[in-house]
Design a protein around this ligand. Sequence first.
Ligand code: AMP
Ligand code: MG
Length: 490
Amino acid sequence: MSVQIPFDNTYARLPDRFFTRMTPEPVAAPELIRVNHTLAAELGIDGASLESAEGIAILAGNAVAEGSEPLAQAYAGHQFGGFSPQLGDGRAILLGEVVGQYGRRDIQLKGSGPTPFSRRGDGRAALGPVLREYVVSEAMAALGLPTTRALAAVTTGETVRRERLLPGAIFTRVASSHLRVGTFQFFAARGDTEGVKILADYAIARHYPEAATAEKPYRTFFESVIRAQAELIARWLHIGFIHGVMNTDNTTISGETIDFGPCAFMDDYDSRRVLSSIDHQGRYAYGNQPNIGFWNLTRLAESLLTLLGENEEKAVDEAKAALEAYVPCFQTAYDDGLCRKLGLSPGEENTAAAHALLTLMGEHAADFTLTFRSLADAQTPAGEAPLRALFGGASASLDEWLARWRQRLDAEPTTAEERRTAMRAENPAFIPRNHIMERVIAAATDSGNFTPFGAFMEVLSKPYEDQPGREDYSLPPQPEERVLQTFCGT
Ligand code: AMP
Ligand code: MG
């Protein structure tokens, strides 16, 4: 069966300085880990063909599919606040684009060998981080968040050297594009105003076509990115997600979550929580993510200045005026979402009730995900035992909060049953818990056992459904299972 990927490439038509054309570096003995058949079908690709020898060769970078125009993209970026004028695809190759059921998508190999952007890196990926990205990006999609996706993963039959020798793997990523804030910074930092304009026009055509006919196309484009990022970060907070490495090169123009290196979901709630081993200052702590979003968008504004006004002063005024939308946009998305999690209509007092619950959760080290999940049944005292248990039993402050929350529920136009359904659709039972992720990675890395990976994927595909017999997956770690740090593991 021959592999047919309906490539329709546009990035490869951009000027040469946007990328380096090159093919992936072949690997010794690729073997398939998994193909995402649902996603393949959405992209107009026969998933079964990707499982053939030819398909695996393409997914490993050992063969170039017909119509593919492989290239490594150039970009720059602020990493932990410090600017690197040249980053780029150091271990990734864009194979090309397809127009699927939901629009244009990039297909990219990650871990496919060195490129001119590799700097000191080996261009490769270890199996653990590949599985983490597969699991977490697909979990995010099932949770309903904008995210890059996993089309496939293969092992390479080679090892990569990290702290120790690890099995190598290659991940096939699908994204609505790989345009980043850092892509704009790449051209702006070189004073390449023409490059910035070409990129902005490309981004508008690809992601925000309505901006093209607006009175001020580039201002409208910038505002669209601001809105997409503000809403994305609000949704991260709603599900307890800590991205971990919100550098400007990991901040998409599309508003999709990208880069799942040291990311983690919170178990017990603490807004200052940091899990990434490289985030010493807490720059990317859970509760600091909205601030960093603003910081990153300010860097985008700087890169767009030549397009925003006829002189610098006017452009800065335009940028500042656009950025003013960020805080209210984030706050509304965040607060309204919190109210929905509580079964309440949006509003100031309901928002205050939600924030009061978060404070209580922090004081009691209550599990973030399970607290919200248990609320649907805690509308009446008869169903409050699971919630109570998360707060360590008797708690006068929880009693008080529950009493006030129930009064608010009484003021809602909905029935208790309607709210129960709505709340369960907002508050997942299953998230990719770190301690389970570690077990999945250890089984695959140490014993070549991918069964736990498959089982985890299955559970996470239905995060809002109760799954009898799989309750273990919903539980927080035992003290000895707690993951205190996550590693980028590049
Ligand atoms: P990341 O931390 O994955 O966002 O990557 C930041 C930058 O480092 C990007 O330019 C990557 O391409 C590059 N990079 C990360 N890991 C490697 C690697 N193993 N080999 C070459 N470049 C890498
Ligand atoms: Mg990155």
